[in-house]
Design a protein around this ligand. Structure first.
Ligand SMILES: Nc1ncnc2c1ncn2[C@@H]1O[C@H](COP(=O)(O)OP(=O)(O)O)[C@@H](O)[C@H]1O
Ligand code: SF4
Ligand SMILES: [Mg+2]
Length: 331
């Protein structure tokens, strides 16, 4: 049994001025103990709402459907108090902006020790010792002194490391990281990814990483799920997906990666066009307006996600077609 098994997850938001919108539809994936899964897609594709749904953190107008089993227990069917016990303990989270998880008015010590004492029977003194040890592990210099500081006294990269330390300290089974490096410069980004990798390799923490950046997936993930307009469009082992994308959108994302052989100063390539707004009534494949491979059927019939066991894809093209990993093939 997988550690986390998500089945037919849907997220729907109700709106006062009209019908509700489905921003996540029929998403299924599993994360093995010690595994690393990347969920990748452009902004607005439903990545964050997917994990917010699992954690019971949707906005009040949101409603999740489907199943999300952790150790066989369905998180979506759990009472809030039970879910609260799991969050921050067996599942830890880090977000793009660490300030959303840190209280600006409390010292790092208080925030770290309170979380630990909330979930574990440890004394204040022992909690402090473990917190300092965790800060040292993520290489916060002079941790014993800095633990007494407030979040604003840390840089953005250091705050993200503090959150990783707080997660490390809890020894969770799963760490969910939602765009953890997006706000950071490249050097700090690499340090944070190295820390996550260390946590995964040394402690066996399973990692669910959300990103819009294929480069970040390549650094960390063994498995990938690509999302477009609220649905999974391709799922595969990362190595296989990078070697040969089987969905034109994946190929476009790979083509949008900066290339080492690009001339200096060349603009970063991105996929032309924009993803559809959620709740759109378009028939056919949601990617068709941006897809250079689109043919007649794509505009009338939505491709379903077909899974052959090793990989899954939602596209009418034959699986063995050689897609070019360049944005140039996308119009
Ligand atoms: N409370 C809400 N009410 C209505 N729509 C929402 C709400 N929260 C998020 N959405 C919409 O859900 C869609 C998916 O958002 P999100 O999962 O945050 O995307 P991603 O993380 O992939 O960038 C977006 O179109 C967003 O506008
Ligand atoms: S189904 Fe058609 S439009 Fe959609 S990704 Fe495949 S080729 Fe492109
Ligand atoms: Mg997001």
């Amino acid at each position: 049994m997988a550690l986390l098994e998500v089945e037919n997850l849907g997220v729907r938001f109700s709106r006062r001025d009209g019908p509700g919108v489905e921003v996540v539809q029929d998403v299924s994936f599993s994360l093995e103990a010690g595994g690393t899964l990347g969920i990748v897609g452009e902004s607005g594709s439903g990545k964050s709402q997917t994990v917010m749904a699992l954690l019971g953190l949707l906005a009040s107008n949101g409603q999740a459907s489907g199943h999300a089993r952790l150790h066989g227990e369905d998180l979506l069917a759990m009472k809030p108090a039970a879910l609260n016990r799991i969050r921050g303990d067996r599942i830890a989270m880090i977000f793009q902006d660490p300030m959303t998880s840190l209280n600006p008015f409390l010292t790092i010590e208080r925030q770290m020790t309170e979380t630990l004492q909330h979930h574990r029977p440890v004394t204040r003194r022992e909690a402090r010792r473990r917190a300092i040890e965790a800060l040292e592990r993520v290489r916060i210099p002079d941790a014993a002194r800095r633990i007494g500081m407030y979040p604003h006294e840390f840089s953005g990269g250091m705050r993200q490391r503090v959150l990783i330390a707080a997660a490390l300290m809890m020894e969770p089974d799963v760490l969910i990281a939602d765009e953890p490096t997006t706000a950071l410069d490249v050097t700090v980004q690499a340090q944070i990814l190295a820390l996550l990798r260390e946590m995964n390799r040394e402690r066996g923490t399973a990692i669910l990483l959300i990103t819009h950046d294929m480069g970040v997936v390549a650094e960390l993930c063994d498995d990938v799920m690509v999302m477009y307009a609220g649905r999974a469009v391709e799922k595969a082992r990362a190595a296989a997906l990078f070697a040969q994308p089987q969905h034109p959108y994946t190929a476009g994302l790979l083509g949008a990666l900066p290339r080492l052989d690009a001339p200096v100063g060349a603009p970063l390539c991105t996929i032309p066009g924009n993803p559809p707004l959620p709740g759109g009534s378009a028939t056919g494949c949601a990617f068709a307006p941006r897809c250079a491979y689109a043919f007649e059927r794509c505009h009338t019939q939505a491709p379903s996600l077909r899974d052959d066991g090793a990989r899954a894809r939602a596209c009418h093209l034959p699986a063995d077609i050689a897609l070019q990993a360049t944005p140039g093939v996308l119009v």
